[in-house]
Design a binder for this molecule. Structure first.
Ligand code: JB3
Length: 217
């Protein structure tokens, strides 16, 4: 089995490790965090270094890596880590929990995480480094941009498009045909009935624009 190195030793790493083990395609070689951390393991996977050690692991023959730092509305760390891994030469596979139901017609970018009990229906596409978290529903013909996080139990009805770096909060509902811009944020539990421009934050039922500090992510 190919070895894979995981980047980030927090809560999101636990979700990914569970799915990685269940997927059974890659053997975790270890986790690196940004600095030395007190913990020695996450779910029995050892913490083996910091970001500075990445080129050394690549030279030793580990070719696959996955960013296990998550995001709630700010994707800059994930983007920076993605660029760093690509520059070294790592391959970023998709980690897909076997409990997810994904149409064979779905297009997936690289470094995508699809968690437990997710559904992605026909003719949808998921951009690079997106996180489709537990039990989210991405209906037919949806487009999810690079670096988006679709949080647990969010539901995107048919033909919804989401721009890059956008966060869709947990349990949000987006009705069919809606366009959400890039760098936007939809608060937890919102019901989105109208298009949302780039960089706008919304919350509530029905969702309305709010000051970014008010947002419940
Ligand atoms: O919403 C859900 C279900 N999950 C959230 C997930 C998507 O995002 C979760 O609740 C969190 O809000 C967040 O999870 P994450 O990113 O694992 O957060 P946290 O538990 O705070 O752990 C972040 C870890 O990443 C910490 O161990 C940090 O030290 C590490 N980290 C931060 N920056 C980094 C870097 N690690 C490396 N290697 N490099 C970095 O630049």
């Amino acid at each position: 089995m190919e070895k894979i190195i995981l980047i980030g030793a927090g809560g999101h790493a636990k979700s990914v490790i569970d799915s990685l083990k269940a997927q059974g395609k890659y053997e975790p070689a270890g986790i690196i965090d940004k600095t030395e951390v007190d913990d020695t393991h996450v779910l029995s996977i050892p913490i083996i270094g910091t970001d500075e050690d990445l080129p050394r692991f690549y030279e030793k023959g580990i070719r696959h890596a996955f960013v296990t730092v998550g995001s709630i509305g700010d994707t800059r760390i994930r983007q920076r880590l993605y660029e760093k891994l690509k520059a070294i030469g790592f391959i970023l596979p998709d980690i897909i929990d076997p409990s997810a139901v994904i149409s064979p017609t779905v297009k997936l970018g690289e470094g995508v995480f699809i968690g437990k009990s997710v559904t992605v229906n026909a003719s949808s596409s998921i951009g690079d480094m997106a996180i489709i978290n537990t039990a989210a529903v991405i209906e037919h013909e949806c487009t999810i941009g690079n670096f988006c996080h679709i949080a647990p139990a969010a539901a995107l009805c048919g033909n919804v498009s989401i721009g890059e770096n956008t966060h869709i909060g947990t349990n949000a509902t987006i009705i069919q045909g809606i366009k959400v811009g890039s760098n936007a944020l939809v608060g937890a539990g919102s019901v989105v009935l109208k298009d949302i421009p780039d960089k706008v934050h919304v919350a509530g039922v029905p969702a309305r624009e709010i000051n970014s500090k008010e947002t419940i992510k």
